[in-house]
Write a protein that binds this ligand. Structure first.
Ligand SMILES: Nc1ncnc2c1ncn2[C@@H]1O[C@H](COP(=O)(O)OP(=O)(O)OP(=O)(O)O)[C@@H](O)[C@H]1O
Ligand code: SF4
Ligand SMILES: [Mg+2]
Length: 393
């Protein structure tokens, strides 16, 4: 981007060039989205595997920022099977939230855009929507009804000036406009019961500040599950809670998932949370999936050096160590990613091959896929990740 000695320095001329470029590209992309939204054949598709709820297929979500293009999610491939929990793990800034926001179409537009790939969402009638092209009016029918989201900090998601009951009522009413007020209230009380609130009539009349963090997160879960969604996205649902409450909330989520036959996409940087709950695990690094498989594959046979590093940096009860392992180095600058393996500069297992192109996906067993050259000769080589050349947009 900049040929100045200091890569983070941008001259006024360069800055104007970036602004002009961003304005042109985002305007074009918005235009294309609007046109696609008018023609159902452009956003209606079929699932590759009808047993999946959602399929991310080479998804690229970029931010056209003042300092250049941030490739927050770049060629992400994974699926969430029906009635299962998929844990998405990786360190801060690796693109976990942007992946889920792309699925909900809640990106900060126009600067945030999904520029490539498909996100197929199963409608359950043999068809699917490609969320990337689905118009906002259709998305409003999906959000809350079919996919709902639980955020990290419940206090910022609940409105401090409305009573709890009114906030849950509002969501139920919005999705069921023909329901009478009595039925809406009965449903709200039923939801409060379901999420384990003992004094439900009292809590119905309370304000968010009168509740503890754990109670507030239960309310958020009640709101998210009010319309029995097929997919629940939980983005760091327990990070703001202490450990005992964390365990209760995770148990609650797991129990409700089974009751409602939903799937959960559980986003977290905490491997402990994923270990207890997930059926499948997706490990992300710098906007890409580096390894995915069943929980057994990832926890008992980790293969990517990054996943191995994550496992080593996790404290284990009963194992005495002088010092916890710490993966050396840091994530590359997202505006200026290298064209070789993104983990290479931190990798203690790199070999000659690692200076070549970014590694392809390599299938090491029926359920286990890893993007690393160490397995190039032993596994089945699948695709290389497909990035989008922004100059061609
Ligand atoms: N609105 C935005 N504008 C520009 N860049 C953004 C924006 N939102 C996210 N990003 C960038 O996208 C990348 C991925 O961010 P994301 O929020 O998905 O990370 P994350 O994996 O959820 O991290 P955390 O664990 O901290 O929540 C980061 O480099 C971030 O700086
Ligand atoms: S491809 Fe090479 S540098 Fe990258 S993670 Fe694998 S061994 Fe390390
Ligand atoms: Mg996040």
């Amino acid at each position: 981007m900049s040929d100045h000695k200091n890569a983070s320095y941008i001259s006024a001329k360069e800055s104007r060039k970036i602004t002009r470029f961003n304005r042109r590209v985002t305007k074009k992309l918005e235009h294309e989205r609007e046109a696609a939204g008018k023609d159902p054949s452009l956003y209606t598709t079929v699932m590759k595997d009808p047993n999946n709820v959602v399929e991310f297929d080479n998804v690229c979500t970029y931010f056209f920022a003042d300092n250049g293009v941030v490739k927050a999610v770049d060629g992400v491939n994974f699926a969430v099977p029906k009635c299962s929990t998929v844990g998405v793990v990786g360190e801060s800034g690796c693109g976990k939230s942007v992946t889920s926001l792309s699925l909900m179409q809640l990106l900060q537009r126009p600067s945030g855009q999904t520029v490539g790939g498909q996100i197929r969402f199963n409608l359950g009638d043999g068809t699917a929507y490609d969320i990337v092209k689905t118009p906002t009016s259709k998305m409003q029918e999906i959000r809350g009804n079919k996919i709902s989201m639980i955020f990290q900090e419940p206090m910022t998601s609940l409105n401090p000036v409305f009573r709890i009951g009114n906030q849950v009522d509002e969501v139920i009413k919005l999705h069921n406009p023909h329901m009478s007020d009595e039925d809406v209230k009965a449903r709200t009380l039923e939801m409060l019961d379901l999420v384990g609130i003992a004094n439900r009539e009292g809590v119905y009349r309370m304000y968010p500040h009168e509740l503890s963090g754990g109670m507030r997160q239960r309310i958020m879960i009640a709101i998210a599950l009010a319309c029995s969604p097929t997919l629940i996205i939980a983005d760091e649902p327990t990070t703001a809670l202490d450990v005992t409450i964390q365990a209760q909330i995770l148990d609650l989520l797991q129990g409700l998932k089974e009751k409602l036959n939903s799937s959960i996409m559980l986003i977290t940087h905490d491997l402990g949370v994923v270990a207890g709950m997930a059926d499948y695990v997706v490990v992300m690094y710098a906007g890409r999936v580096v390894e995915k498989g069943t929980a057994e594959d990832i926890f008992h046979h980790p293969m990517h050096p990054y996943t191995i590093g994550l496992m080593r940096s996790k404290p284990v009860v009963g194992r005495k160590v002088e010092e916890l392992y710490n993966i050396p180095g840091s994530v590359p600058n997202p505006v200026d990613m290298p064209n070789y393996c993104y983990f290479r500069d931190r990798c203690e297992m790199r070999c000659d091959r690692c200076s070549g192109l970014y590694p392809p996906e390599i299938k090491v067993s029926d359920t286990h896929i890893v993007s690393c050259y160490r397995y190039f000769d032993t596994g089945e080589v699948l695709d290389y990740p497909k990035s989008v050349n922004v100059e061609e947009l």
